[in-house]
Design a protein. Structure first.
Ligand SMILES: Nc1ncnc2c1ncn2[C@@H]1O[C@H](COP(=O)(O)OP(=O)(O)OP(=O)(O)O)[C@@H](O)[C@H]1O
Length: 286
């Protein structure tokens, strides 16, 4: 018998979720199979070039891992995609029709790009269930949302997400008592409540136990296909568990791209990583 509750949850969730798809956004046109196009992107801070002629193409439904040494430009790239930083030059399209460089951060989020930062930011005073409920609130206030009678569709959506993130049994517990890993899953769940088409996930397993890391790998793998995921991560053991395609960022450009084996045997990648101190993290590509 499978005694791992998250595995069981994921199993029941995947049958429960067979009809669960992120709904297509009205203006998002992915008929060519590509959801994100970054071309010739340049970002400078004063005279320092953080992003340098960056080209990146993400297919709809794929789970792409982005790796790269400290200061390679990973966060800056995510900031460009979400509208936080505007590049000095280049183009960034969400599908064929949405020009990200003409949109502000709320418009980009509204269009279906969700971002999960490294540090979980759940509402500790609320229950797990209420955290998911307010994530669905849109422009409503927290108070209004908590008083609002949840309709059946909303409740079903919350239950789907609770199953998926493995927190069904914790639903009525305060988020404050969750472990670090559980808080990360809850925050992912909160993001999923907004049904993003493209999910940007920044260092999801930093600070997690090995067991939590394995569960996170299962969770992200189960989301791919239904959503498109771009995961920035330093932990190579984790990247190995989830990656189909890995892009290596170095000095603001893509240094190498391919499957994990191709990337870890690439001499340029090995050289870049050998020059970096590990800061206690598992960053060895070999
Ligand atoms: N607002 C800013 N002003 C000046 N320099 C910046 C700014 N933001 C980032 N940088 C610099 O740009 C470079 C890329 O930073 P970025 O945070 O994108 O790298 P990263 O790959 O995410 O690094 P890490 O893995 O350490 O998080 C770094 O050298 C950083 O110091």
């Amino acid at each position: 018998m499978n005694k791992n509750p998250l595995k069981q949850n994921l199993k029941s969730a995947s049958s429960f979720l067979k009809d669960y798809e992120a709904p297509p956004q009205p203006d998002l046109d992915t008929t060519k199979g590509i959801i994100l196009y970054l071309e010739g992107i340049n970002v400078s801070f004063d005279s320092f070039k953080a992003i340098n002629e960056l080209n990146l193409y993400i297919k709809q439904g794929e789970l792409r891992c982005i790796i790269g040494p400290n200061g390679a430009g990973k966060t800056t790239m995510m900031d460009v995609i979400t509208g936080k930083t505007k590049p000095q030059s280049g183009t960034a399209w969400f599908g064929q029709k949405l020009n990200l460089l003409t949109m502000d951060e709320p418009q980009i989020a509204q269009a279906g790009i969700g971002r999960k930062f490294q540090k979980p930011t759940v509402f500790e005073a609320l229950t797990v269930n209420d955290n998911l409920m307010i994530a669905n609130a849109g422009k409503k206030t927290v108070w209004h949302t908590l008083r609002h009678q949840v309709n059946q569709i909303e409740q079903e959506q919350i239950e789907e997400i609770l199953l998926l993130i493995g927190l069904m049994e914790m639903r009525n517990e305060s988020a404050a008592i969750l472990s670090h890993g559980q808080k990360q899953w809850l925050e992912l769940g909160m993001l999923l409540m907004q049904k993003p088409q493209l999910l940007l996930v920044d260092e999801p397993v930093a600070g997690m136990t090995t067991q939590e890391m394995d569960k996170t790998a299962e969770l992200l793998n189960s989301l791919a296909g239904k959503h498109t995921l771009v995961v920035v991560e330093h932990d190579m053991d984790f990247v190995r568990q989830i990656a189909k395609t890995v892009s290596v960022l170095h000095q603001g450009s893509i240094l190498a791209e391919g499957n994990m084996e191709q990337v870890q045997n690439n001499p340029k990648v090995i050289e870049v990583y050998l020059g970096q101190s590990t800061t206690g993290r598992n960053v060895n590509v070999a």
